[in-house]
Design a protein around this ligand. Structure first.
Ligand code: ATP
Length: 271
């Protein structure tokens, strides 16, 4: 079967700075792939490559066998920062509907197909209970589920999620991760999930793509989240501890990486 995502010997660079190279990644329908790495490793940039917004320096990127291009209806995207004013009066189902309008400009706003698509997407993520509530009344986790539904409304083959658990407490992290898991199980959507912290998604990931030190490593969590593998990627000693079913990465911190900030370490404490 044609993979949903196919990257061959891919290299991304901004000017002379190579973010990652030698990336080979195949994602099949229904697979859940975690994209990990320190700040500035190029995780969001990888999503932008698949969205057709950032060309590769080398190699090939295909989505469902086609070269990547902007505005693909095959892709649903949950950006890292939602552009939502907190005092907004719009309702949950309106937000989800924007995902439909974005892909089908010119179709009547009240169309039956749109209503059905919005309802279906909200059911998939378990958000129907607050579909008519104003967004300002909803918790961060509830809003995040609606943003996922918005990305799903066109029934994409690929869902790109950029740190969807950021700023959520552990309970909501679990709920949002499970909602995304349900999507891939029910719809066969392939999921690429960018995160600093593997633990909330550890039970869900089929593979991880770890980006660090200008390199990339793809495999199962057991294969990649090992001291030898991460030390080689970071070019510095890294320890990987297993504690009550969680993985704790020590060392290999972000300080050597441009764009360093503190939320990598924070995520490790709370994840
Ligand atoms: N268009 C661009 N031109 C030049 N440099 C860029 C561009 N976009 C991103 N960068 C730089 O590339 C690096 C990688 O950015 P990216 O957002 O992909 O990393 P990330 O792994 O998602 O980081 P974070 O975990 O902090 O969100 C950063 O240092 C960023 O400043």
């Amino acid at each position: 079967m044609t993979p949903v995502v196919s990257l061959h010997d891919a290299e991304l660079a901004y000017g002379s700075r190579v973010l990652w190279s030698g990336l080979d990644l195949q994602v099949q329908a229904g697979e859940f792939v975690g994209v990990l790495g320190p700040n500035g490793a190029g995780k969001s940039s990888l999503l932008r490559v698949l969205l057709g917004e950032q060309p590769l320096r080398h190699g090939r990127a295909l989505v469902c066998g086609e070269p990547v291009h902007r505005g693909s209806p095959l892709i649903g995207y949950i950006p890292q920062h939602g552009a939502l004013a907190p005092d907004t009066a719009i309702r949950g189902r309106d937000l989800v509907g924007f995902g439909w309008d974005g892909h089908r400009i010119g179709i009547s706003l009240g169309s039956r197909a749109k209503k059905d698509a919005v309802q279906r997407a909200m059911q998939t993520v378990g958000a129907t209970a607050y579909a008519d509530a104003p967004l300002s009344m909803l918790s961060g986790g509830e809003r995040q589920r609606l943003r996922i539904a918005q990305a799903l409304v066109t029934r994409p083959r690929l869902l790109l999620c950029d740190e969807p658990l950021l700023n959520l407490d552990l309970h909501h992290q679990r709920e949002v991760a499970q909602a995304i898991d349900r999507v891939r199980r029910l719809e066969g959507t392939a999921v690429l999930f960018v995160t600093h912290e593997i633990n909330p998604i550890l039970p869900l990931v089929d593979h991880v793509a770890y980006l660090a030190g200008g390199k990339a490593r793809v495999g199962t969590a057991e294969e990649v989240m090992r001291a030898e593998v991460l030390s080689e990627l970071y070019g510095a000693p890294v320890d990987v501890l297993h504690h009550h079913g969680r993985i704790v990465v020590l060392g290999g911190d972000d300080s050597a990486t441009p764009g360093h900030d503190h939320h990598h370490e924070e995520a490790h404490e709370h994840g």
